[in-house]
Ligand binder design. Structure first.
Ligand SMILES: C[S@@+](CC[C@H](N)C(=O)[O-])C[C@H]1O[C@@H](n2cnc3c(N)ncnc32)[C@H](O)[C@@H]1O
Length: 241
């Protein structure tokens, strides 16, 4: 549904810092925000985004996230790369189908936006199951990230001109925290910031109790784990003209 080179303005809602969500003893490296760079990496690999022509905006309510990303962007503007640690814990029991795709994805992750560097040392107790590689993200990529302090339920980037609106907005593991009314307000705010024909991707189905001009365009389902069963969905919404 997306044409090559068509994704120039990208927004990530709630990029997070991954120290907040560490299970299985993964807290042996400093806080970092992977999602903005993982998304860019995929978009560039798929030929949807030109590495020299994009702008990526993050919208988060957390001062920790916003301060971290503002520092990252400032440092990058001064020529300092951003190093991310990319762990895979093979003790987590994924389904065969998910695992095969995940490992391929994990191995390639970061190659479009940076270069491999020596990762942090894995603690001995985790050495058998924790696989990690690190990527130093090019400053010119990290400098293009613009963090905004915003609550997507109640706020939107005000008065965007038509050519400033987003081509793609991604928000994962965020709308689950809200009820149908708040999700509907968020849906309307997302729609207002999108170009006509632009897309929203989320792993939560967004309630639609407020008029939003966002229509469901596609849905992907994947079994992450067989027993006990965990199935993930990705919902894709398109802004009507
Ligand atoms: C669980 S983390 C998800 C991080 C990342 N998106 C992921 O999928 O792993 C939720 C993130 O959403 C942010 N958040 C929660 N409610 C929000 C809201 N109403 N507007 C903007 N950001 C919000 C939190 O501060 C946090 O950074």
């Amino acid at each position: 549904m997306l044409k090559p080179g068509s994704v120039r303005r990208i927004a990530i809602i709630g990029p997070g810092l991954d120290f907040a969500n560490k299970e299985y003893g993964n807290d042996f490296y400093p806080p970092q925000s992977i999602q903005p760079f993982a998304v860019l990496d995929s978009l560039i690999r798929l030929g949807l985004t030109d590495a020299g022509m994009f702008q990526l905006t993050t919208l988060d309510i957390s001062p920790s996230v916003n301060i971290h990303l503002a520092r990252t962007s400032r440092n990058a503007a001064a020529g300092k790369p951003y190093v991310v640690q990319l762990p895979w814990n093979s003790a987590v029991p994924f389904s065969q189908e998910y695992l095969a795709s995940f490992v391929t994805y994990w191995e390639a992750l970061g190659k479009q936006v940076g270069t491999p560097v020596k990762p942090v040392e894995v603690p001995g107790a985790l050495a058998d199951t924790m696989h990690i590689h690190a990527v130093s993200i090019r400053p010119e990529i990290a400098a293009r990230v613009i963090p905004l302090d915003m609550n997507i339920v109640y706020e939107r980037v005000p008065a965007l001109d038509a050519d400033e609106k987003f081509d793609l907005i991604i928000g994962t593991n965020i709308f689950i925290y809200y009820g149908a009314f708040e999700q509907s307000l968020a849906r309307a705010n997302l729609a207002a910031m999108l170009k006509p024909g632009g897309f929203v991707l989320s792993n939560d189905m967004l309630a639609d109790k407020v008029l939003s001009k966002l229509e469901e365009a596609h849905r992907t389902t994947i079994e992450v784990r067989a027993q006990p069963q965990i199935t993930e969905h990705v919902y894709c919404y398109r802004k009507q003209p």
